[in-house]
Design a binder for this molecule. Structure first.
Ligand code: CTP
Ligand code: MG
Length: 555
């Protein structure tokens, strides 16, 4: 871990801005510290993977008695951490102190025999525990406490926010309830590790790492699990191999391109997941996408999974987003808030299409923070200039170099509050010249659009690509209309004042909660527009959105 502990970050924040650390997001910082201890993403990944290797996932009887369960399982070794959760039944994640305990558990486990089904005898670390006297027989509440793996519904969130005393508190409270819990994060690493066991049938030394919002600091409970099959450790792509007269022919089977290799690897792994992956359902191989992937649902965890390979640029953008989120606590709070606001108004969607994606929205927010005066976060070019020789990274001709030592980054003393920034964000995009300008976090300045597209956001690393190529004019118009409305709402004194006082008023939505209520303008506007549009236009836009769905890429 190159980051020398959280002390440095705190000191550096206090040095530039004592106000900042005292007033903004201290709860969120504390929660984050508890989860990550402010490590580099590399260290977070390594720790998560190592814990997952020592862990098992156990499907339990719904009335399992926690004490009896622990006593039974700990016969195989010391348990370091465990928790229960519900997803189509009760599950327990158990992390042993040593890997040998997993082997011991396997030794005692039976391969079930069911009369009308035949089993593929693949030994997975997903086990199920028969009722062997560990469940409470009566209807009494069993001891275990389940850890939530999904976010609270929006209505509950609105009520909760309405009870806060300031918009700043509303924003930190939203972040608090939406961010991934330590348990959810462990479950994500465990699912990657279970998948790795399957992929290891072909590539024994492979690893599967989570990327995207599962680890970049912006993940909301319930977000998808993006996974990256990493074969670099085997291929030696990044390692300096000793020069010998021998080369490994079995690894060198020729293919026409790297893409073709990725496709064939994902094709066999996808097949394996489909045939032998316990709990993996609805496996789809989407190999012709720009970034080939295998998509499936992992039922025991409830995660929607996207498995990719050779997607090293996306790994870099994950690292970059993580870094920005760690630099200043306001970044994560605002990303969570804007993502939640966008979802509440249908600006983003879980279905791929012509909508703005969370990734695009995050880049837009980062750009806005770079445009503050003084800027809250540095440009990517600046981060590249601070990089040391070990940070150099060129992937498929793209310069992905940026500094990894956070302590080299000097932040400027911007003291704007979360409330001010949120309001300014809406104002900024309500008046942005989308028709001519492109959003560019590398330069931290808008650039002339290099191509025609309603919304142009330069991909930070593959600079010739537009991150928001899929977005159509209708969706962009809705976004702008909602920014205008939200900016207006935040400037109204009646929205802005906490409705404290008597009990009845306390739960009336105010501040941020008002912004999450159904919109007055965007719905009406888009409905009117739809009425005016001739059928041919609607079909054209539908076709366009279908086309964009196919083009949606992960690079
Ligand atoms: N990514 C990218 N370029 C894109 C789309 C995605 O580099 N055009 C990378 C980003 O690092 C992103 C990751 O792929 O974080 C995963 O993409 P996606 O699942 O779409 O976004 P998330 O950030 O994971 O957000 P969500 O919570 O919506 O899944
Ligand atoms: Mg994702």
């Amino acid at each position: 871990c190159r980051l020398k502990g959280r002390g440095i970050l705190v000191k550096c924040l206090q040095k530039v801005d004592p106000f900042l650390h005292r007033n903004i997001g201290t709860d969120v910082v504390a929660a984050r510290e508890e989860r990550h201890g402010c490590k580099s993403l590399y260290a977070v990944q390594a720790e998560g993977q190592e814990q997952a290797e020592r862990s098992v996932l156990i499907s339990c009887h719904s009335r399992t008695n926690e004490k009896k369960f622990l006593k039974y399982i700990s016969r195989h070794g010391d348990i370091k951490k465990y928790f229960f959760y519900e997803s189509y039944g009760l599950y327990a994640v158990v992390e042993f102190a040593n890997r040998e305990s997993v082997a011991s558990l396997f030794e005692g486990a039976a391969i079930p025999s069911v009369s009308h089904e035949s089993m593929v005898p693949f030994k997975s670390r997903l086990l199920s525990l028969r009722n062997i006297g560990l469940a409470d027989s009566t209807n009494q509440q069993s001891g275990q406490q389940c850890q939530p793996q999904t976010p609270i519904p929006i209505n509950e969130l609105i009520q909760r926010l309405s009870k806060e005393e300031s918009i700043d508190q509303q924003i930190t409270s939203l972040t608090d309830v939406y961010q991934l819990t330590q348990e959810n994060s462990r479950l994500r690493f465990l699912v990657c590790s279970l998948l790795k066991d399957i992929a290891a049938a072909y590539f024994p030394e492979c690893t599967i790492k989570p990327f995207g919002s599962s680890v970049n600091g912006f993940g909301k409970l319930g977000c998808d699990l993006d996974m990256f099959l990493d074969l670099d450790g085997i291929s030696g792509r990044n390692a300096s191999m000793p020069k010998s007269g021998l080369s490994l022919e079995y690894q060198m089977k020729r293919a026409s391109s790297e893409r073709a290799v990725t496709q064939s690897i994902l094709s066999v792994i996808g097949e394996c997941v489909d045939q032998f992956g316990p709990g993996c359902v609805g496996v789809q191989k989407i190999l012709n996408a720009r970034c080939p992937l295998v998509r499936f649902a992992h039922q025991p965890s409830g995660f929607q999974c996207d498995l990719t390979a050779n997607n090293r640029v996306a790994m870099k953008s994950t690292e970059l987003l993580y870094l920005y989120g760690e630099l200043d606590p306001r970044v994560r709070c605002l990303v969570f808030t804007v993502r939640c606001w966008a979802r509440a108004h249908g600006i983003t969607s879980s279905i791929p299409g012509a909508w703005i994606t969370n990734f695009s929205l995050t880049v837009m927010l980062l750009f806005f923070l770079q445009r503050r005066s003084p800027p809250i976060i540095p440009t990517l070019d600046h981060l590249r200039d601070l990089a040391g020789p070990a940070d150099k990274s060129v992937i498929e001709g793209n310069d992905c170099t940026f500094v990894s030592d956070f302590s080299k980054i000097q932040l400027q003393s911007n003291t704007e509050t979360l409330e001010q920034l949120l309001c300014e964000f809406f104002e900024f995009y309500a008046t942005f010249t989308f028709s001519r300008m492109s959003i560019n976090i590398r330069k931290g300045k808008e650039q002339n659009k290099p191509e025609v597209a309603p919304l142009h956001i330069q991909n930070p690393f593959e600079t010739s690509l537009n991150v928001s190529k899929n977005v159509n004019a209708t969706q962009l118009d809705r976004f702008v209309a909602l920014c205008q409305e939200s900016s207006w709402l935040l400037q109204q004194s009646e929205t802005n004042a906490p409705r404290g006082g008597n009990k009845e008023k306390a739960s009336k939505p105010w501040g941020l909660a008002t912004l999450l209520l159904p919109s007055q303008v965007a719905g009406i506007k888009s409905r009117k527009k739809r009425k005016r549009e001739p059928a041919s236009e609607r079909i054209k836009s539908l076709l366009e959105s279908l086309k964009n769905t196919n083009q949606q890429q992960k690079s």
